[in-house]
Ligand binder design. Structure first.
Ligand SMILES: Nc1ncnc2c1ncn2[C@@H]1O[C@H](COP(=O)(O)OP(=O)(O)OP(=O)(O)O)[C@@H](O)[C@H]1O
Ligand SMILES: [Mg+2]
Length: 327
């Protein structure tokens, strides 16, 4: 069952959507990986859009397909072992039909990404500034001196104190929070139209997490950059994003405004995510969680994939079960 905002048309939203075409328009995206004995469907029929300058959250538990979706939007899934369905339109271009050469024009330049594993994205043998400068020089015809100035400017934009000194530091010389800021600086250095932020704060303590969220919110507000913010934390996402897309077991189950999702979630999975937020539970009470686990690719059921964990699911009628067994 997929629930979307279009079930409840709003005049204002319809006018807004008609006025500006989406920056990113994902239509019926399907992703399968080649596996022994055939192909494994990991993401199915994912549809959502991001308007220019808009911040959209992509939420769901671990293993729901958020990162795989994000990597597809960056053209980073291996072409030899991945199969795609549907369309990903970005600024009117169909990203799924681009060659690797054409991708290099867009990846890192028009779409930036903060990766879920920050340490694996930073190279330990180059300074922070060299890595940002390299990204800049790949996309712009600039010399080393200008690359340095622009890298320092990016470090300063993400609130790194003494950016000129930090420019010459190696990743291991920075704290976790500063490294994450450096990652954000690298992702925004080419001033992309869209930033994909995949769990940008998960490894950080709560205070630093709040600072990074502020940095991202400010960057988006100041520069007009759109953002796809990927997280398992519905509460965190709702603070920064105006719209939220909920994924479950490789599918989108609900799309709506953050306000609607927090106050009137319509899919039982979104309600379950909401109930398991600490802020929705009285102090000292045990935090409820959704029983069971996300099915893995290959275990998906034919009908509603959430059925096995859904509090509203009903056992099949006896007659229907008998008919099924007889068939
Ligand atoms: N290259 C691959 N081949 C086969 N299966 C894969 C591959 N990459 C990811 N998967 C599977 O796809 C599913 C979705 O993975 P994904 O990393 O997108 O989840 P996620 O929502 O980002 O989870 P998390 O919150 O833990 O980051 C998982 O079951 C994962 O094991
Ligand atoms: Mg992930």
């Amino acid at each position: 069952m997929m629930i979307s905002e279009t079930d409840k048309p709003s005049q204002a939203r319809a006018e807004e959507t008609a006025a500006s075409p989406p920056l990113l328009d994902v239509q019926g995206l399907g992703i399968s990986f080649r596996a022994s004995g055939g192909s494994l469907s990991v993401v199915r029929d994912v549809t959502f859009a991001v308007q220019p300058g808009e911040c959209v959250g992509l939420v769901g538990e671990s293993g729901c397909g958020k990162t795989v979706t994000g990597l597809a939007l960056m053209g980073l899934l291996p072409l030899r072992s991945s199969r795609f369905q549907g369309r990903i339109d970005f600024s009117g271009e169909d990203l799924l039909s681009l060659s690797e050469r054409q991708w290099r024009r867009i990846r890192g330049r028009r779409i930036g990404m903060i990766f879920q594993e920050p340490m694996s994205a930073l190279d330990p043998i180059f300074t922070i500034g060299e890595q940002i400068g390299e990204t800049l020089r790949t996309h712009f015809r600039i010399g080393r001196a200008e690359a340095r100035d622009r890298a320092i400017e990016a470090l300063s934009k993400v609130g790194i104190p003494e950016p000129a000194t930090r420019h010459d530091a190696y990743p291991h010389e920075l704290s976790g929070g500063m490294r994450q800021r450096a990652m954000i600086a690298m992702a925004i250095s080419c001033e992309p139209d869209l930033l994909i932020a995949d769990e940008p704060t998960t490894a950080l303590d709560v205070t630093v997490q709040a600072q990074i969220m502020d940095v991202l919110g400010e960057l988006s507000a100041r520069s007009g950059m759109a953002m796809l913010f990927i997280s398992h934390d519905l509460g965190l996402v709702s603070q920064t994003c105006n719209r939220i897309v909920t994924m479950y077991a490789g599918e989108v189950v609900e799309t709506g405004t953050s306000d609607d999702m927090l106050t009137r979630p319509r899919h039982p999975y979104t309600s379950g995510l909401l109930r398991s937020l600490p802020s929705f539970t009285p102090r000292k009470a045990r935090l409820p969680s959704i029983p069971g686990r996300v099915p893995r690719p290959g275990e998906f059921s034919e009908g509603c994939r959430f059925e096995g964990r859904c509090r509203y699911a009903t056992p099949p009628l006896q007659g229907a079960a008998d008919a099924g067994a007889a068939a």
